[in-house]
Design a protein around this ligand. Sequence first.
Ligand code: TXA
Ligand code: MG
Length: 314
Amino acid sequence: MKTILTKSISQAANIVISGGIVAFPTETVYGLGADIFNENAIEKIFKAKQRPNDNPLIAHIGNLMQINSLAKIITPNAQKFIEAFFPAPLTVILPKTKKVPLIATANLETIGIRMPKNKLAQDFLRECKTPLVAPSANLSGKPSPTNWQAVYEDLNGKVDCILKGEVSEIGLESTVVDCTGENPLILRTGAITLEQLQEIIPETKVYKVSRNEQPKSPGLKHKHYSPTAKVILVESGKCRVESEKRSAFIGLEKPKFEIDFAKICESVEEYAQTVFDFFRQCDRKSIKTIYCEKVEEKGIGLALMDRLKRASEN
Ligand code: TXA
Ligand code: MG
């Protein structure tokens, strides 16, 4: 398959409308989109990403009216979050309508819904005139793509089109919050923080998988975010490791050891925005070990630490 690279929203949207799959920028990470009501197109997404078919996709909307074709009911908790935050790096999980095909939700009766804030994403979604399913536009298991070059690296020849935009402003995937139960449960942390959600609904909690239980979010059980290099988390400022060949460092403070390749970030936000791309750069340089400085688990730091811990588990 020839992958078209374009900056034209209408060209990209026409490919979606005719049943193709198109990677596009959002403020979190690049997504790989298909018409949510086109089962054939959705199947192509699972194939292109080599995504396990038990991992559900998120619906992306260009206007709030589209929620009605996706969600059977909008629970009061979801309503509050939508009013407070949409458009935002926030996905709310709700019971799905019959119209949403089961292949989109991996046979779940619920659907995640998100309205991206990024201007190009919004214009593109509106031009498509249908909600899109869109997982992150990477090969399954690889770090999520935060620029179009990363999408190209993983998916050239496997998708119909890449809509070229800017680098993703946030760099970590959206916060996923299950609004089907009595109290909201955060299934995946992100840029809309626990603290922000609790300001709207104080009972909001972060979901923790207990032993012997099927995780609520199927994505949680899959290998994630991992570069080929080994990832090791280190305490801020304290770390002193033997200098090794082909090692890299990312964090807020310059490390006290010799390093071949380093990224020192000015803020936790910059760390979050650049970490996935840094992982990819390390793999291109055949780095063997990546040392990542730990950050405080509050605000966006909670989401960043979640991704770093997962990357270090592989
Ligand atoms: O920021 C984002 O959310 C990006 C951009 C492209 O919008 N998308 C994204 O999609 O990260 P994906 O497919 O890579 O991650 C979706 C996560 C997975 O962990 C999946 O298991 C979970 O959301 N999820 C989706 N639908 C769900 C549902 N109905 N119930 C529980 N978890 C769900
Ligand atoms: Mg993903």
